[in-house]
Design a protein around this ligand. Sequence first.
Ligand code: CU
Length: 186
Amino acid sequence: MRHERVRGLGGVIPAALALVLLGSACGTDGEPEPERAAVEEEPGAGAEAGDLLITGAWMPEPANPAVGVVYLEVSNDAAEDDAVVSVSTDASEDAELCRTETTESGASTMRTVEEIPVPAGGTTTFVDGGYHIMVNDIPDPLEVGDTVAVTLGFASRTEVELDVPVLEMTGGPSGGEDAGEHDGHH
Ligand SMILES: [Cu+2]
């Protein structure tokens, strides 16, 4: 019975939507949940403010419970360069903009930075081995499933708030693949 119904719909709607309908039919008889499907496709939080678009924001569950890191992608659709110039979070009073750099001898060092540039028409990726947000002295340990409120301030005076999910170390959209052993910024 159920299969016949789905097959009938399949003739007139895209296969991807049919899958969504099929998925929801298993649980309840309610409507499909397109928002939920979108979240599954791209883990992490996103937000839009003016010409700025943030996607894929997440925090790997901290290995050291006192220190967390937030990764994300910022796109700037404006005609002018912008930059992230401040960060704050409800997870700790101590959050900062940070960059991992690889020295010529291959050692990794981290240093805080005043700003993280987001060029006009460009995208800056916060990633393991590059720019990131560092959250220090976390008083209450974070676990997978928690959400951390993060506010980014931009040079253009735009502020963007995000509810950043804490995910398993391997669960993020910008996981270890781009690790910065071959950092090409210099
Ligand atoms: Cu850092």
